[in-house]
Design a protein around this ligand. Structure first.
Ligand SMILES: Nc1ncnc2c1ncn2[C@@H]1O[C@H](COP(=O)(O)OP(=O)(O)O)[C@@H](O)[C@H]1O
Ligand SMILES: [Mg+2]
Length: 340
């Protein structure tokens, strides 16, 4: 169940626009008018195929867009009501790790190969909490223990390369959580892991969320994972939000054909071989430099008509918790298709 949402959101993303300047003449909008809220204690999943703008959204929130190339060009990101897109790098450092932690898909992007994992976790807590070296080391050991790394008193002195992939992933989670951030952004944290370690990792995040009460933004293209972890879901396609709803509505009542298509591509447990076959959506996500006119999904959509080719549909509110970007959502019944 989603937690009570009476309080103001921890994080408010409104009409976020992130632009990459590819050359002097060519810019693309990798995030184009994206809005969502994140409340304390909840898990919001952002889903969509590769290239839909999920990572760029999270890097925009963290203030970690590649310098001189990527920039937030519109909209707003508020943390506890405070605008953060206009903060200096110095001010963002205060927020990163302490207010918002991030787990990257590839651990080596956030772990420094020349320092031990203990030093890296300690440095984080020294910076944010002004602990002594000794206390910071003790916290590092405690965190490694918390994420299930065996013999943390020895492992704390390991360099990243001395650890297995699964251990590195855990060490990165330990680092992201060392200062007990209010929000954790997990960008495809389990994609590189085998199924067993993936399951352990999801359980670990769930435990830690309950213990620390943090909000999680869980980015993934794996809907099986979404079903397991999410309270609410934002579906992205070609830089935009195309549907947002509770996890129950996303699975039981998807209204945008793209979402229904993603659903079809989940292998179902316990059904016949024939039905478990992955049925991917035909075609690919369009390049940002050659977006189609009209609905960005129409070239791949089995339900597209002239209306869909004519104009980009707005994100419409179907119920207070369910928004859909599809010109035909009122006429389409997608549940049959999903069940077939
Ligand atoms: N460093 C970059 N320079 C230029 N374009 C980029 C860069 N990073 C991302 N993009 C553009 O943004 C799009 C979305 O990327 P991304 O957010 O990483 O997708 P995903 O949903 O797979 O995380 C990419 O397809 C690409 O067009
Ligand atoms: Mg990504």
């Amino acid at each position: 169940m989603a937690p009570e949402q009476t309080d103001a959101p921890l994080l408010e993303v409104r009409d976020l626009q992130t632009t990459f300047d590819l050359s002097k003449k060519l810019s693309v909008c990798a995030v184009d008018g994206v809005s969502f809220d994140v409340h304390a204690g909840e898990t919001l999943a952002i889903v969509g195929e590769s290239g839909s703008g999920k990572s760029v959204t999270s890097l925009s929130i963290m203030g970690l867009l590649p310098k001189d190339v990527g920039r937030v060009s519109g909209g707003s990101i508020k943390l506890h009501g405070q605008e953060i897109t206009t903060l200096s790098e110095h001010e963002m450092r205060e927020i990163r790790g302490k207010e918002i932690g991030m787990i990257f898909q590839e651990p080596m992007t956030s772990l420094n190969p020349v320092h031990t994992v203990g030093q890296q976790i300690a440095e984080m807590v020294i910076r944010h909490e002004k602990l002594s070296r000794q206390k910071a080391r003790a916290r590092a050991i405690e965190m490694l223990h918390l994420v299930g790394i065996p013999e943390p008193t020895t492992r704390v002195d390991n360099y990243p390369h001395e650890m297995s992939g699964g251990m590195r992933q855990r060490a990165m989670i330990a680092m992201a959580l060392a200062c007990e951030p209010r929000i954790l952004i997990a960008d495809e944290p389990t994609t590189a892991l085998d199924v067993t370690i993936q399951a352990q990792m999801l359980e670990l995040l769930d435990d830690l969320q309950k213990k620390l009460g943090m909000a999680i933004i869980f980015i993934t293209h794996d809907l099986g994972v979404v079903a397991e972890v999410a309270d609410r879901v934002v579906v992205m396609y070609a830089a935009q939000v195309v549907e947002t709803a509770s996890v129950e509505d996303i699975f039981n009542n998807p209204r945008m054909p793209y979402t229904a298509g993603l659903m079809n591509s989940i292998p179902r447990l316990g059904s016949s071989i024939n039905k478990t076959r992955l049925e991917a959506i035909p075609g690919t996500v369009p390049a940002l430099t050659s977006l189609p006119d009209g609905c960005r999904f129409h070239p791949r959509c089995a339900f597209a008509t002239d209306v869909c080719r004519a104009a980009l549909p707005p994100l419409e509110t179907a119920t207070p918790t369910h928004q859909i970007r599809c010109a035909r959502w009122r006429e389409l019944s997608l549940s049959d298709r999903q069940a077939s």
